[in-house]
Design a protein around this ligand. Sequence first.
Ligand SMILES: Cc1ncc(COP(=O)(O)O)c(C=O)c1O
Length: 397
Amino acid sequence: MTMYQKQQQEKKEKERTALLSLLEEMLDPNVFGMRPCVHGGDVQRTAAELGIPWREMIDFSASVNSLGPSPKVLKAICDNLWQIPFYPDPCSELLKESISKHIGGIDEGNVIVGNGSTELIWLFSDILLSDSDKVIIPAPTYGEYETAISKKGAKPIFLNLDQEKEFRIVYEDVIDRISYEKPKMVFICNPNNPPSKVIGREEMLSIVEECARKNVFVFVDEAYVDFVDKPWEVTVAPEVNDYWNLFVLHSMTKIYGMPGLRVGYGISNHEFINVLERVKQPWNVNCLAQVAAIEGLKDEDHLRKTRKIITSGRKYLAEKIESFKSLHLYKPEANFLLININKVEMTAAQLKGKLARKRILIRDCSSFRNMDRYHVRVSVRTPEQNQRLIEALKITV
Ligand SMILES: Cc1ncc(COP(=O)(O)O)c(C=O)c1O
């Protein structure tokens, strides 16, 4: 490097430092400590690093419907391209109608639609929380809860789930922690990601009731509920009118196989939904996503087909993974499986790297709180793809 180049570099570095301190002075102090949440499904980046076309990767790291969207959804998208030059319905009214019929026991006023369900986690935190509010978050669980609340300066209280109990959320532990900490709200992911464990409907309602008595909001994230064997024994969505403190989140990106389109919805009492509607951004869900979601809800055949391959695929993967001496499987209840690899002589990151070179992408779980470097998560995919995963594991672990 020449002297001139060195001087230029030093000048740039000084300018950068000055800008950073200016931003630190001017911006909300909460945002400075924030780190983006790590997610599965980073197919494009991983494939680019390996020099592989990303369509050739089999993505076991994101737990979405491996059949993709229903062909009827794709047709509806093509038939409605004419809508693109118009603004979409700002509040997704037609979609709300379809959602309320689909859930049953609620009406359109109980529903808010988001640009993916993650938007609603952020919106919820935005209107409910302020500096130093306490929020109970079981760990491990979906990482966006912590990121969203930290923007508001709220304080996460982690309820560390016990590995001996297969990371199951235990009713008594939740209630004890709530009584002791007196938080403003609690997040409960059901089925929980990544442990793939379910809390039954009755038990969940007892938590909601106890929290109502203690003035605590309960955010129940049911993003994966349609993948469990008997969703009606798990979901509390139809009960929102009976509890002032219950908000239920559903994702349409998972079971309807359209994460690229971004649709999710929240269900709660009319008054709370009303406040959220006043604060949310207009036109948050694009016209094609609204059309696709309405069509997806109609196609029950596609849903039945999906459930069938999930049930048989989960059984197949569980049996095969349990037959590996070096792998420990936590009994799965959703469309993804959490595996302890600590008997294999490599970390989750190393295993992920080896499988990626075979065009198979898995989720290294070390970024989750209360998870070590030896846990991975894989989703249930088509029978052929599940078989490819098992073949690849056979020669890798
Ligand atoms: C538990 C859980 N909730 C919500 C989401 C968000 O999904 P989306 O924003 O695609 O609806 C995810 C995504 O991984 C998740 O795992």
